[in-house]
Design a protein around this ligand. Structure first.
Ligand SMILES: [Zn+2]
Length: 444
């Protein structure tokens, strides 16, 4: 059995970066040794790249290993069905999968130790976000193939909190979620940012004040980039703190916000994060944005080793006021896969979302529709008015249009819809992640 990599709920403190690097180097050597022995996918890749695994001694050697892209994992899945050769032959007890936004779900196996470690890292996140034994944590993420519903619930239980696993709105409709939150005194909610805003709308429709009629003091989010303006809307609506967490099924639970809400601490005792130029793969200095490349040091089954996850962000090395010595990740600008090219110019949906959230008159729902008309890309924003904000007016639509032009740099037509008319509530409730973009252009 490979040696377990001990992870603790309280982040370990290292005397200096040198001591941390030595700790990471020994974890990396263990990871490389067991992976070389037991995971054909990496063995093949490293052989092809002419890498001798024994020559990887420390962090400085990491860049000699090839970068793994999503496409490499997808090809491996096709060549070695049903789970691919990247999982290895570890005694796995659990399969979770990506939600398959770009195709079929990607299965990721976990050993008992892997599961325990990810739960511990969730406990670390939630502890930093103020969760403790007196909390009642309502987990409104889908309990299915989506991993953070389960692992965040396990993490909350490790802290002695009472977990209320309501799952997403498809299992427990929004009105019932709110009723249970009131009846059972929920203090913390785990949900996507979009669903947090939707729940506030539903509460107001029922004549409730989300701030006054509930006892919710914090929400934690993951699974999609949390736009700063969306966070502010959530905090205003619920009168609570809203915390961002970064991770995915392939990586587990790598980064979290502390109470300062200023960047996400990377669990540097469990992961190596690099930022590179997405085209040349050259390293990008701390503070500058680039493509994230992630290595999970503890993971036995299906570890990621120099995995380019497709997210754009920077690493901040300045110390954080909270005292945690781990460097921070900037908020994610976007996922490369989600970037739209409109008339050749890159547009991140998160930038459009951020602009719309500045308008208090607008509700949580919107759509970004891209069409091609006579060879010209056309961008249309459909947004709905907020509850109690009356009917759409042309002046507001014009203001939104100008704000999009100013902030995102592209021209869009803006259509405003009455509250509740853009999407059926059931549809919103069923989403694991938000689907804001409708790209109707011919493919290829
Ligand atoms: Zn901090």
């Amino acid at each position: 059995m490979p040696e377990a990599h001990p992870l603790t709920i309280t982040p370990p403190s290292f005397a200096d970066r040198g001591e941390l690097a030595a700790f990471q180097a020994s974890a990396l050597r263990r990871l490389i040794a067991r992976t070389w022995q037991r995971i054909p996918f990496y063995r093949r890749m490293w052989r092809e790249a002419g890498v001798d695994p024994d020559s990887i001694k420390g962090i400085a050697d990491l860049a000699r290993l090839p970068v793994v892209r999503k496409q490499d994992l997808e090809n491996d899945l096709r060549a070695h069905p049903p789970f691919g050769s990247f999982q290895g032959d570890f005694p796995s007890v659990r399969l979770q999968a990506s939600s398959g936004s770009t195709g079929k779900p990607k299965p990721v196996l976990h050993t008992r130790t892997d599961w325990e470690n990810i739960a511990t890292l969730w406990a670390r996140r939630l502890a930093a976000q103020g969760v403790g034994p007196t909390d009642r944590v309502q987990v409104a993420f889908a309990f299915a193939l989506f991993i953070p519903s389960f692992t965040s619930a396990e993490g909350a239980m490790k802290l002695g909190a009472l977990v209320i696993p309501t799952s997403s709105g498809a299992i427990t409709p929004s009105a019932r979620q709110l009723e249970l939150a009131r009846d059972w005194g929920t203090t913390v909610v785990g949900t996507t940012g979009g669903y947090a805003l939707h729940l506030a709308s539903v509460a107001r429709e029922q004549g409730l004040d989300p701030k006054r009629d509930f006892n919710i003091r914090a929400m934690y989010h993951t699974g999609e980039p949390l736009v700063e303006e969306t966070r502010r809307r959530i905090e205003e609506a619920w009168g609570c703190k809203s915390y961002n967490n970064y991770g995915s099924v392939e990586t587990g639970a790598p980064a979290w916000e502390c109470a300062r809400q200023n960047g996400l601490h990377i669990n540097e005792d469990a992961y190596l994060f690099e930022v590179v130029d997405p085209d040349t793969l050259a390293p990008v200095p701390d503070g500058e944005e680039g493509a994230l490349v992630i290595t999970s040091l503890f993971k036995e089954a299906a570890p990621v080793i120099r995995y380019m996850i497709g997210d754009i962000a920077a690493i901040w090395s300045e110390p954080c006021g909270c005292g945690c010595g781990f460097r921070r990740l900037s908020p994610i600008r976007g996922r490369i896969d989600d970037m739209l090219k409109i008339q050749g110019a890159p547009v991140y949906p998160t930038a459009i979302e951020a602009t719309l959230r500045q308008f208090q008159q607008l509700g949580p729902e919107f759509r970004i529709v891209v069409e091609r008309d006579n060879g010209v890309d056309r961008l249309e924003i459909r947004a709905e008015c907020g509850h109690g904000h009356g009917v759409p007016d042309a002046e507001l639509a014009d203001q939104v249009k100008r704000a999009i032009k100013e902030r995102v740099g592209c021209t869009a037509s803006v259509a405003l819809h009455p509250f509740g008319s853009l999407t059926l509530p059931e549809e919103v409730a069923k989403r694991t992640k938000n689907r804001y973009v409708l790209d109707l252009r011919p493919k290829g």
